[in-house]
Design a protein around this ligand. Structure first.
Ligand SMILES: Nc1nc2c(c(=O)[nH]1)N[C@H]1C(S)=C(S)[C@@H](COP(=O)(O)OP(=O)(O)OC[C@H]3O[C@@H](n4cnc5c(=O)[nH]c(N)nc54)[C@H](O)[C@@H]3O)O[C@H]1N2
Ligand SMILES: Nc1nc2c(c(=O)[nH]1)N[C@H]1C(S)=C(S)[C@@H](COP(=O)(O)OP(=O)(O)OC[C@H]3O[C@@H](n4cnc5c(=O)[nH]c(N)nc54)[C@H](O)[C@@H]3O)O[C@H]1N2
Ligand code: SF4
Ligand SMILES: [Mo]
Length: 707
């Protein structure tokens, strides 16, 4: 029996897995505190995809057949890795070291995330590495760094939730996305907490709310400015806290002075009385927590939106003490650790900046290289694909992401990947991305590799190996080490097990913001995880942040006055609806794993657009009609469901499918100027009705357009 963790969301619920002769059982770990002995349906079925018949278990290379088509040819491990390294070497000799790039993922262990960063900078000597977390936590991270001087998604442990008297949950659908967090919210509710949700839709999460604010996507900062206005106007702010612990109050006051509740009502449709009630309830409560997620963050104003919600915690002094805190709820299994150890274009391990000379010295010394041989910053995820499209990058290694499905404006991404001279994908499956690869190398699943992960609370823990890798295949880290060796850099990658990498990661992170120096495998195995920062072995970790000081050099947090901006692509006469995208309870991200998990896939076999009854009426929809959604970038046909709860201007689609079912054919690749986060949550679309015949014609038309 192995003590494992579910491979999906950031709750990282404890799993007990037993693997026997082709059989397995998985049940919740009763002793793991975070998930309180629970699992959601994804957790119960987590091992299923590992044994799926379509697992890629032998390296494959793409061969061009005479008729212009291509097919896979299986090859041995040694020969494959030798050839891949040879092809990388040839590309770099011809086009320069920075013709290669790496794309990583936030569901990988800390060890792998660290290794990918080092592999790019030391083995490939390229600045070009980024990862799917750019699409996920980058706005929250930038805002956390600006406001608090450090980015740890939740500033407090989950158990503080039930001590909060008022909760504001904005752009977060916890009931579907972190289902085992619900018992904490229910406990708070039972104690009498006042709960506010902010979302363009009614969601299973908003069912909890005392007040649900149904906003058109993109209007959060207007609404929050209204709340701040009332708090300041009615002297509800915590002045002693503001005077001693934060900077920037005057700027904030000025920014919100025009946002009277009446104006906010006129701009957003949220009644002035409701704005006042929410402001008063949150400010007057003895304790309170604000939590946000991708709903407000995946926008071109994502950093501003997040900063504004953080303002609520800071002006009311509801942070750094029990029952209080701010949480940007991390998404992927290791979405927190994944952004700390150097797979981000501008970062080195320990959350260090790659442009900071001292940071470069420190990490170079740990890696045994000269600081001046360490490349500088690269570019963000979507910009990396743009570079590939322009022919500036010729080779790419993808490990832990399926960017053809998950990137905005995926038509460009697909086109770009087709231009590569070398695309190596290390994955469990032949994903939509892997289909374009020259080499598809089998990756190891969560059950086959040990390592550490950091959950949404900033709690690091150890995940055991539940079984030996299928077919005796190498683990992901061994593949990277072997490639490094074949590239002549083996001396820098001398690891025989994950713990060796972690030991080096601890040294590399020492003294950095995300300090793991004091965390050891032994300590992690003894305890139910350790919260970073943990600078020394004698240190027991930091569950509650900011009790006395914030992480800026002067110890103070920063308020930011936010002037709400328009989204990149507001609705207009030609594209009159706002498309917003997100998740369903049954699927995970690009669906690579959950579309291969029958019990989950059966419940949601295809994307279904959620629309308001007024849209259905306007389009005269019949029960079996389908919708044709068109944006400036693409078009798709989907089934629909009508929901009273969605904002009338808005249509919602989940993004868990590929090919013609992928909503990222439509999304806009506009980026937040600071975080470089794409605007997944807002783009303008037109909706048309397709009845059976019409649908056939339309599909023919689309097919013709594609040819
Ligand atoms: N079942 C499941 N769970 C998951 C995942 C999954 O794919 N499936 N993915 C994991 C990952 S990586 C992540 S990042 C998290 C994401 O977790 P969430 O961020 O909670 O999920 P989303 O569905 O992307 O968006 C949340 C909500 O934001 C709303 N929203 C859209 N636009 C706006 C807006 O302008 N303002 C406001 N206030 N709300 C808006 C949407 O209607 C949606 O209900 O979930 C994690 N957990
Ligand atoms: N429209 C729209 N698009 C979005 C979002 C949205 O809300 N709307 N959300 C964005 C967000 S928040 C995220 S996080 C991204 C994520 O999107 P992706 O990066 O595409 O995420 P996954 O589908 O998890 O892809 C992970 C891949 O790695 C493989 N894999 C999993 N574990 C391992 C492992 O241990 N080793 C190896 N070698 N492979 C492994 C899986 O099979 C899968 O193919 O999508 C983003 N895209
Ligand atoms: S809540 Fe998240 S970690 Fe827990 S079982 Fe569900 S998907 Fe897995
Ligand atoms: Mo994410």
């Amino acid at each position: 029996m192995a003590l494992s963790h579910c491979c999906f969301c950031s709750m990282q619920c404890g799993l007990e897995i037993e693997v026997g002769d082709g059989e397995w059982t998985a049940k919740p770990r009763k002793d793991f505190p975070v998930s309180t002995g629970r699992l959601c349906q994804k957790g119960f079925h987590a091992p299923l995809h590992v044994f799926h018949e379509s697992r890629v278990l032998t390296p494959r290379r793409r061969l061009l057949a005479g008729d212009g088509r291509s097919k896979w040819e299986e090859a041995g491990w040694d020969a494959s890795l030798e050839q891949i390294a040879g092809e990388i070497g040839e590309l770099q000799a011809k086009y320069g070291m920075d013709s290669m790039a790496v794309f990583g993922g936030g569901s990988l262990t800390n060890e792998l995330c660290y290794l990918l960063g080092k592999f790019a900078r030391v083995a490939l000597q390229t600045p070009y590495i980024d990862y799917n977390g750019r699409y996920c936590m980058s706005s929250a991270a930038a805002a956390g760094n600006k406001a608090f001087g450090i980015d740890r998604g939740m500033t407090m442990p989950l158990e503080e939730i039930e001590r909060a008297d008022c909760l504001i949950l904005a752009g977060t659908n916890i009931a579907e996305c972190q289902p085992t967090m619900m018992p904490y919210l229910l406990a708070a509710k039972k104690r009498g907490a006042f709960i506010v949700t902010v979302d363009p839709r009614n969601t299973p999460t908003s069912k909890l709310a005392d007040v649900h604010i149904r906003l058109q996507p993109g209007f959060d900062s207007v609404f929050v400015n209204g709340l701040l206005h009332v708090m300041i106007e009615e002297n509800l702010v915590n002045l002693p806290f503001i005077q001693t612990r934060v900077e920037g109050f005057d700027e904030l006051k000025e920014a919100v002075q025009d946002y009277t509740p009446d104006r906010v009502e006129a701009w957003t449709g949220v009644m002035a009385a409701v704005v006042r009630t929410v402001a008063r309830k949150f400010a007057a409560a003895a304790t309170g927590i604000v939590m946000t997620a991708r709903g407000i963050e995946q926008q071109t104003n994502g950093v501003d939106n997040t900063l504004n919600y953080i303002n609520l915690s800071l002006v009311t002094g509801k942070i750094g003490r029990s029952g209080c805190g701010y949480g940007a709820i991390t998404g992927q299994a290791n979405g927190q650790g994944g952004r700390e150890h150097g797979q981000k274009a501008d970062q080195l391990p320990g959350y260090r900046s790659i442009q900071d000379p001292a940071a470069r010295e420190h990490v170079s010394a740990v890696w045994g290289i000269q600081a001046d041989s360490l490349p500088g910053p690269g570019v963000s995820a979507y910009e990396l694909f743009e570079k590939i499209d322009r022919g500036e990058i010729k080779g790419l290694l993808v490990l832990g992401s399926n960017p053809v499905v998950s990137s905005p404006n995926s038509t460009l991404v697909k086109r770009a990947l087709r231009k590569l001279k070398l695309l190596v994908v290390i994955d469990l499956f032949e994903t939509e991305t892997a289909r374009l690869a020259h080499w598809l190398v089998p990756g190891s699943s969560f059950m086959e590799a040990e390592g550490t992960l950091t959950n949404l609370e900033g709690r690091v823990f150890y995940r055991e190996r539940a079984m030996e890798p299928l077919r005796g295949n190498p683990e992901d880290f061994q593949i990277l080490c072997k490639l490094a060796e074949l590239l002549g850099k083996g001396a820098y990658f001398p690891y025989s097990k994950a713990e060796d990498i972690f030991t080096e990661l601890r040294r590399a992170s020492a003294g950095g913001k995300a300090d793991y120096q004091g965390i050891t495998y032994a300590k992690l195995k003894e305890n139910h995880g350790v919260f970073w920062p943990c600078p020394e072995e004698s240190h027991s970790g930091t569950p509650m942040m900011f009790t006395d000081t914030f992480a800026h050099p002067d110890g103070k947090a920063r308020l930011h006055g936010i002037v709400p901006q328009l989204p990149a692509e507001p609705a207009d006469r030609r594209y009159p609806y706002v498309l917003t995208t997100g998740r369903l309870a049954n699927h995970y991200l690009s669906g690579a794993q959950t579309r291969r998990t029958d019990p989950l896939n059966k419940k949601a076999p295809q994307p279904v657009a959620e629309i308001h009854p007024s849209v259905a009426e306007r389009l005269k929809l019949k029960l079996n009609s389908r919708l044709r959604l068109t944006s400036r970038r693409g078009t798709m046909t989907v089934a629909f469901k009508v929901s009273e709860g969605i904002h009338p201007s808005t249509v919602f689609l989940p993004f868990h499918w590929g090919d013609e079912q992928s909503v990222n054919l439509l999304t806009v690749p506009a980026l937040d100027p600071i975080s470089r986060m794409p605007e997944f949550k807002i783009c303008a679309v037109q909706i048309e009705r397709l009845d059976d015949e019409a649908e056939d014609d339309a599909l023919m038309e689309i097919a013709a357009e594609r040819q």
